[in-house]
Ligand binder design. Structure first.
Ligand code: FAD
Length: 452
C-alpha cells in the first residue's frame, strides 16, 4: 500500500494509546496535515483502570476542547487554588493514621481510562484514518526524507514524519536505536554503540503493581464510611503502598497496590509482565496492615498484575524524521501519576511544532529538534522524580528518611519531613504551566535564539 498526498505533511502515528490519540486530535487543528494512525491491536480498547491528570496536562485537555466531555464522566471537577488531592496514612500497622494531606494548586482529575479513550476517539478528525491490526515491524528513511513503514503483515506504506507512540516495547525505538548503534559500531565507537543498544529493551523497576476496580457499593456495604468512598487515599508502609480513589461518579474505586523490591531495580523480571492474577499474590504483603487496607483487598474479585518496567534515558527522542513520544520515549514508574500526562504534553508540543507555518517537508528535522530540546529535559526529570516518589511512598531510607526506629512525636516529625520531601519532588506538576513549554517552542521556531 502506498499513500500519496498533496498535503503539507504526511504524519504516520504508530500506536493509538493516550499519546497517539491525543496527537491525532491535536494535529486535527492543522487541516493541511495528513494523519494516519496504525495500531497493533485489532480494535481500540483500553484496559479498565483509573488514571489521574494534574493541572499541567489538564490545561491541554482544555485547549483541545475535550474538557466538557471528560467532565461528564468524572467525580472531581477542576478548581483553581489549593485543593486536597490525597490523604496520606501510615498503614503498615494495626492502628493506621492519617499524617498529612497533599494539597495541589488546582485539582487532580481522576478518570476511567476507557472514558478518556472514548472522548479522544469521538474527537478524532474524519480525515484521520485509523488502521487496526497494523503492528509496525521496522522502517527505513530514504535520502529524500520519506519514510517507509513495514508492518508485521508485510504491508508497507510511506510518510514524511513517523511518530513512535507505540509504548514501552516500542518497535520504532528499537529500529531507531539499532540503526544508531550500528552506525557507531561501524565507526569503531564500540562503547557508545553498546550504551545506545542498552536503551532498546525496558528494565524492571523492582516494583509490581496490582490493579483492580472495586464496585463502590460493595465497599460501602463491606466497610461503611470507608475513607476511600469520599477521599483519594494513599496507604503507605515499608516495602509497598496502596493508592485508591473513586472514579466514574463513585460507581467504581480504582485500586492499585505496589509491592516494591528496590534492591531488584534494573534486574530481569521473571515471568509475564502483565496479566490477570489472584489477589493472594499480593495480599500477604499487606497482611499486617491496618483494617482499611484489608477492607479494600477483601472487595477485590479480579485483578491485573503489572511488573513496572522503565527504560534508560535516551540521548534524543528524534532521529531524522522519526520522533518518539509517551512511554516509547520515556517510560516511567507510575509513582507521580504522570506518564500519561507527559504523553499528552509530548503530543501537544509535537503538534505545535509540526503544525507551525515554518514546518514543511524540508524543515521537519528542525521542528523535531525543537520538540526534543523542549520535551526531553522535562520528561527525563519526571522519570527520576517518579522513581523518588516510589522510594518515599514505600518508606525507604532513600532521601535520608528512616522510620523503623521511631515512635510517638519523633515518628510524627519524620512523617512530616517525608510529606515535605514528596511535595518538593512533585510540585512541578501543579506550580508550573505547560504554557512556558509552548511559548518556548514557538520562540525557537520563529527564529529567536534559533541555533539551526
Ligand atoms: C499502574 C499504573 C498506573 C498509572 N497511573 C497513571 C496516572 O494516574 N496518571 C498518568 O498520567 N499516568 C499513569 N500511568 C502511566 C500511563 O498509563 C502511561 O504512561 C500511558 O498510558 C502511556 O501512553 P502511551 O500512549 O505512550 O503508550 P500506551 O498507552 O502503551 O499505548 C501504546 C499503543 O501502541 C500500540 N502498539 C504497541 N506496539 C505497536 C507496534 N509495533 N505497532 C503499532 N502499534 C503498537 C499498543 O497496542 C498501544 O495501543 C500509569 C501506569 C501504570 C502501569
Amino acid at each position: 500500500m502506498q499513500n500519496f498526498s498533496s498535503k503539507r505533511l504526511r504524519v504516520a502515528i504508530c500506536g493509538a494509546g493516550i499519546g497517539g490519540l491525543t496527537l491525532a486530535v491535536a494535529l486535527a487543528q492543522y487541516p493541511d496535515i495528513d494523519i494516519e494512525l496504525y495500531e497493533a491491536a485489532n480494535s481500540l480498547t483500553e484496559l479498565g483502570a483509573g488514571i489521574g491528570l494534574f493541572p499541567r496536562p489538564w490545561k491541554i485537555i482544555q485547549m483541545l476542547g475535550l474538557e466538557d466531555d471528560l467532565l461528564m464522566t468524572t467525580e472531581r471537577k477542576p478548581r483553581q487554588g489549593p485543593v486536597p488531592a490525597f490523604n496520606y496514612r501510615k498503614s503498615d500497622q494495626q492502628a493506621g493514621f492519617t499524617f498529612s494531606t497533599l494539597v495541589t494548586n488546582g485539582t487532580l482529575i481522576t478518570l476511567h481510562r476507557a472514558d478518556f479513550q472514548a472522548v479522544l476517539l469521538k474527537r478524532l478528525p474524519r480525515t484521520c484514518r485509523v488502521n487496526c491490526s497494523k503492528r509496525l515491524r521496522t522502517y527505513t528513511q530514504r535520502e529524500s526524507g520519506t519514510i517507509e513503514l513495514i508492518f508485521e503483515d508485510n504491508s508497507r506504506t510511506f510518510c514524511d514524519v513517523l511518530v513512535g507512540a507505540d509504548g514501552l516495547k516500542s518497535a520504532t525505538r528499537a529500529t531507531f536505536l539499532t540503526e544508531r548503534a550500528n552506525w557507531m559500531g561501524s565507526r569503531g565507537r564500540i562503547h557508545e554503540a553498546a550504551d545506545v543498544a542498552s536503551c532498546i529493551d525496558p528494565v524492571w523497576s523492582g516494583t509490581v503493581a496490582y490493579r483492580a476496580l472495586i464496585p463502590g457499593d460493595r465497599l460501602s456495604a463491606a466497610a461503611p464510611g470507608h475513607s476511600v468512598l469520599t477521599s483519594p487515599t494513599q496507604y503507605l508502609g515499608k516495602n509497598g503502598y496502596i493508592i485508591a480513589y473513586p472514579i466514574s461518579h463513585g460507581k467504581m474505586i480504582n485500586f492499585v497496590a505496589f509491592v516494591c523490591r528496590h534492591d531488584l531495580e534494573n534486574t530481569k523480571f521473571d515471568g509475564p509482565w502483565t496479566g490477570p492474577c489472584d489477589k493472594s499474590q499480593f495480599a500477604g504483603v499487606f497482611a499486617h496492615w491496618e483494617p482499611e487496607v484489608h477492607a479494600l483487598i477483601h472487595c477485590i474479585d479480579k485483578c491485573l498484575r503489572w511488573a513496572i518496567h522503565t527504560m534508560k534515558p535516551l540521548r534524543s527522542f528524534v532521529s531524522g524524521n522519526t520522533v518518539l513520544i509517551g512511554d516509547a520515549a520515556h517510560a516511567m514508574t507510575p509513582h507521580q501519576g504522570s506518564g500519561a500526562g507527559q504523553a499528552i504534553e509530548d503530543a501537544y508540543i509535537l503538534a505545535t511544532v509540526l503544525g507551525h507555518r515554518t514546518t514543511s517537508r524540508e524543515t521537519v528535522p528542525r521542528a523535531l529538534r525543537v520538540f526534543d530540546e523542549i520535551r526531553r529535559p522535562l520528561a527525563t526529570g519526571v522519570v527520576e522524580a517518579s522513581r523518588m516518589n516510589g522510594r518515599f511512598f514505600s518508606l525507604e531510607e532513600d532521601g535520608g528518611i528512616g522510620f523503623d526506629q521511631y515512635t510517638g512525636p519523633q515518628l510524627w516529625e519524620k512523617l512530616q519531613k517525608l510529606h515535605s520531601a514528596v511535595v518538593q519532588n512533585w510540585e512541578w506538576t501543579w506550580t508550573t504551566s505547560v504554557d512556558g513549554s509552548i511559548q518556548e517552542a514557538l520562540r525557537r521556531l520563529e527564529g529567536h535564539d534559533c541555533k539551526y
